[in-house]
Design a protein around this ligand. Structure first.
Ligand code: PLP
Length: 296
């Protein structure tokens, strides 16, 4: 099914289905206006966020989808945000959306088959207390009591976040006045979360533990926002020491860019103690491969 998240998008999907002479199976993304209590950049379920439609708009969209011969309204979707560590906002939003399901069944005779609860389950980066997954499932089941509907979920970070480690090498140590900086060869283009969300990632210098002091871990890119951590305690490092930046499996490589003409890093999978290359490091030739040459 196509998750549609505005009236204009519904019109477009209908037109495309008509052109193809097909019926598009659609679901509508509802914005329940619930504060998910997470970082504002990964909050998606408030009316001030761009995502989804309010309840009244959703009802209008189900009415027009039902009338259309090119649309088949089969689902409903809701994703209030990411890195959620509290169950209460999830409970509130699934109850709102479940009531809408009942409502449109009774009032519009639209019987939905899929209830998509989105993703958002948080993981441990630091010392977060996580949502208990049994209670999460139970909350959803309770909200859907009496409805014959299939639950769909979209956990992203929960599946892969803690399984990725970003490994970088120390280039130099430097001090500006009193301030200690550890400059590494990775940068914000490789792992954007600290820059984008001020996110915390646990960092360890491999094989070192002596002479710890406070420092910022920074990359070589031309931005003051190019940092992995601020004011953390790390042992004294040397050129080529390896540093592990944990919990980089989600929104890490997928958010990477070629900013500052930096090739994207290689990816290595580790399974049963064995490692294998699963994506090659990008070369300069890769970076310019799509550029056209204009010879005069
Ligand atoms: C619609 C939707 N579903 C699921 C996800 C996955 O979120 P998470 O990784 O927090 O589980 C996202 C993330 O942006 C999303 O936008």
């Amino acid at each position: 099914m196509i998750n549609v998240e505005s009236e204009a998008e519904l019109t477009r999907v209908e037109l495309m289905a008509k052109n193809l002479q097909k019926q598009a199976r659609i679901s509508i993304r509802v914005n329940p206006n619930v504060d998910p209590k997470t970082h504002p950049y990964i909050s998606t379920g408030l009316h001030e966020n761009k995502f989804g439609v309010d309840i009244d708009t959703a009802k209008r969209m189900y009415i027009s989808a039902k009338k259309s011969e090119y649309l088949d309204p089969i689902g409903i979707h809701c994703h209030i945000g990411s890195q959620l560590t509290q169950l209460a906002p999830i409970k509130e939003s699934v109850n709102i959306v479940a009531n809408l399901v009942r409502n449109i069944k009774a009032a519009l005779d639209v019987e939905l088959k899929f209830f998509d609860v989105g993703g958002g389950l948080g993981i441990v980066y630091d010392n977060e207390t996580l949502i208990n997954t049994y209670e999460y499932a139970q909350t959803i089941l309770d909200a859907l009591h009496g409805l014959d509907i299939t639950i769909v979920c979209e956990p992203g970070r929960y599946l892969v976040g803690n399984s990725g480690v970003f490994v970088t090498k120390v280039l130099y140590e430097k001090t500006n006045g009193e301030k200690r900086f550890v400059v590494v060869d990775g940068a914000m283009n490789d792992l954007l979360r600290p820059t984008l969300y001020d996110a915390y990632h646990k960092i360890e210098v491999l094989g070192k533990s002596e002479n710890s002091s406070t420092c910022n871990v920074v990359g070589p890119v031309c931005e003051s926002g190019d940092f992995f951590a601020k004011d953390i305690e790390l042992p004294l490092t040397e050129h080529n020491d390896l540093m592990a930046i944990y919990s980089s499996g989600a929104y890490g490589f997928t958010m990477a860019s070629n900013y500052n003409t930096r090739g994207k890093v290689a990816e290595i999978a580790v399974e049963d103690g064995k490692d294998r290359l699963i994506r090659k490091r990008e070369t300069f030739e890769d970076l310019i491969a799509l550029e056209e040459q204009y010879l005069k």
